[in-house]
Design a protein around this ligand. Structure first.
Ligand SMILES: Cc1cc2nc3c(=O)[nH]c(=O)nc-3n(C[C@H](O)[C@H](O)[C@H](O)COP(=O)(O)OP(=O)(O)OC[C@H]3O[C@@H](n4cnc5c(N)ncnc54)[C@H](O)[C@@H]3O)c2cc1C
Length: 416
C-alpha cells in the first residue's frame, strides 16, 4: 500500500460519495457481519479500526463477542496481587474507545463464542451469527489464574480475587512463586519489597529466569531478585504441594517450606474453537498458523483472520504492542476485502515491539529492548507510581482515569 493509511481511508470516503457500482452484493436491509471474537489488546483495536472505516449506507457491521465485562489490563495484575487499594484500575471500561463509531457500525455482545463453522459463530446463549469475515483474537491464558489472568468475566469478582490473593500473601510467612517469566519475577520482587520479613522462594524450570529474553535481561532480573533477598531455585519444577505439612515438593526431591503458593507458569493459547474447524492450522503449542496477511494458514478459510497472542508468527516475544500491530494489519486487510480488493497488507515484527519493562520491586524496573540479532539495550529506572501508570492505559483507551463509564458501551450492547 503506497499511500499512507489516513490518505487511503480518506480516498475511500471520497470514492463513497460517487455513484455506487452497478452490481451491489446485498439487498438494501441485509447485514453483512465482520465478527470479532475477543476484545483485548488485539481484538478491541481491530474492532475500532474496522468499525471506524464502515461507510454510511454500507451493509457491513462489526459484531464483537467478548466474555469479560471490562477490559482486563494484564500489565498491572502481578503488582495488584500484592499492593492494596488499586484493584479497580485493572478493569478499564469498554466503550470510551469506540466513541467515534456510529451505532449501526457495531454490535457488542458480552458473551462467549462456543463454536465456529465456515460461515457462522455460535454463542453459549445459542445465538448463531453468520459472518462474511471472522477475526479470532482469543489470546492466551484463559485457564490461568492470578497473577497472569483474572478468572472471572465480572469486574466485581475480579476485584474480590485480587483482594483475596493480597490477603493470602500478607498472611504467608513462606511464599513460593513458581515460574520465572515476567509475571513470576514481578510478583516475587513486589512481595519481598512490600514484606521484607517474609521468605520468598522463586522456582523456575529453566537455568535462567526470563529465559525467553536475552542474557542481559536475565542477568538484570537475577540481580534484582538477589538484591531483595529472594531465594532462586532454577532447573527444578514443582511436583506437588502438601498443604497439611506446609511444603512443596520439587522434581529433584527437594522440599521447600510454603504456606502460600503462587503459580505463574506459562500460558496456553485459546485456540480450541479453531482446532475444531481447522485442526491442521493449530501447532503443538496451541498457536494458530497464519500467513503474513494474518489470514489463517488454511486456504479453505480465506475470510478468517487471526491476531494477538493466539497467533503463531515470527514475533520474538508476543506482547500488547505486537498484538496491536497485528490487529492493525487485520483491520486494513478486512477493509480492503470489504471493498472487493485482495488483502495485501503484511505483518512484519518491528524490533521496538519487543520492548518490555520489568519491575523488580516497588520502586525499581528495567526496560529492555532486544533486536533480532541478539543485541540488547537495557535501562534501569526508578518508579514512583505504585499503580504503574495505569492511568495512561485508561487514557489510551479513551477512558477517564478511573471513572467506570461503561454506559458509553450501552448503545452497542446486546446481552445474551
Ligand atoms: C501478567 C502479565 C503482564 C503483562 N505485561 C505486559 C507488558 O507490560 N507489556 C506488554 O506489552 N504486554 C504485557 N503482557 C502481554 C499482554 O497482556 C498480551 O500480549 C496481550 O494481552 C495479548 O492480547 P490479545 O488480545 O491477543 O489476547 P488477550 O489479552 O489474552 O485477550 C483475549 C480476549 O479474548 C476473550 N476471549 C477468549 N476466548 C473467548 C471466547 N470464546 N468468547 C468470547 N471472548 C473470548 C477474553 O475474554 C479476552 O478478553 C502481559 C501479560 C501478562 C499475563
Amino acid at each position: 500500500m503506497a499511500l499512507s493509511r489516513s490518505a487511503w481511508l480518506r480516498m475511500r470516503h471520497i470514492r463513497h460519495r460517487l455513484p455506487p457500482p452497478a452490481s451491489s452484493k446485498t439487498g438494501k436491509h441485509e447485514r453483512l457481519h465482520i465478527v470479532i471474537i475477543g476484545a483485548s489488546m488485539a481484538g478491541y483495536h481491530a474492532a475500532k479500526s474496522i468499525a471506524e472505516s464502515i461507510l454510511p449506507g454500507s451493509p457491513y457491521q462489526v459484531v464483537v463477542i467478548e466474555a469479560h465485562d471490562h477490559f482486563h489490563f494484564t500489565w498491572v495484575l502481578p503488582r495488584f496481587c500484592v499492593v492494596e487499594g488499586h484493584e479497580h484500575k485493572a478493569f478499564i471500561p469498554y466503550g470510551p474507545y469506540l466513541r467515534r463509531i456510529p451505532e449501526r457500525a457495531l454490535r457488542w455482545i458480552q458473551g462467549r463464542a462456543v463454536h465456529i463453522t465456515k460461515h457462522s459463530v455460535r454463542l453459549s446463549s445459542g445465538e448463531e451469527i453468520p459472518y462474511e469475515f471472522l477475526v479470532v483474537a482469543t489470546g492466551a491464558g484463559a485457564t490461568d489464574s492470578l497473577p497472569s489472568r483474572v478468572q472471572s468475566d465480572e469486574k466485581t469478582e475480579g476485584i474480590r480475587q485480587l483482594k483475596d490473593i493480597q490477603q493470602k500473601i500478607k498472611e504467608a510467612k513462606n511464599l513460593v512463586v513458581v515460574g520465572g517469566g515476567a509475571a513470576g519475577v514481578e510478583l516475587a520482587t513486589d512481595a519481598k519489597s512490600c514484606h521484607p520479613e517474609k521468605t520468598v522462594v522463586l522456582v523456575h524450570s529453566r537455568d535462567n529466569v526470563m529465559h525467553r529474553f536475552g542474557p542481559g535481561l536475565q542477568r538484570a532480573a537475577m540481580a534484582g531478585l538477589k538484591e531483595l533477598g529472594i531465594e532462586i531455585i532454577t532447573g527444578d519444577r514443582l511436583i506437588r504441594e502438601e498443604k497439611e505439612r506446609g511444603v512443596v515438593i520439587l522434581k529433584s526431591g527437594r522440599e521447600v517450606e510454603c504456606d502460600f503458593l503462587v503459580n505463574c507458569a506459562g500460558q496456553r493459547p485459546n485456540s480450541m474453537l479453531i482446532k475444531e474447524l481447522s485442526p491442521k492450522s493449530v501447532t503443538a503449542s496451541g498457536h494458530i498458523l497464519v500467513e503474513p496477511t494474518m489470514q489463517i494458514s488454511d486456504g479453505s478459510l480465506p475470510n478468517v483472520y487471526i491476531c494477538g497472542d493466539v497467533a503463531h508468527n515470527s514475533t520474538p516475544n508476543p506482547n500488547s504492542r505486537s498484538a496491536r500491530a497485528q490487529a492493525a494489519v487485520v483491520a486494513d486487510n478486512v477493509i480492503l476485502a470489504m471493498d472487493g480488493h485482495k488483502p495485501t497488507k503484511k505483518y512484519k515484527p518491528q524490533w521496538l515491539e519487543a520492548l518490555i519493562k520489568l519491575t523488580l520491586g516497588l520502586d525499581k524496573s528495567v526496560t529492555h529492548i532486544g533486536d533480532f540479532d541478539g543485541t540488547e539495550l537495557l535501562f534501569s529506572t526508578q518508579d514512583r507510581d505504585l499503580a504503574l501508570m495505569s492511568g495512561g492505559a485508561w487514557k489510551h483507551m479513551g477512558a477517564t482515569p478511573f471513572q467506570d463509564e461503561t454506559e458509553t458501551l450501552q448503545r452497542f450492547v446486546t446481552r445474551t
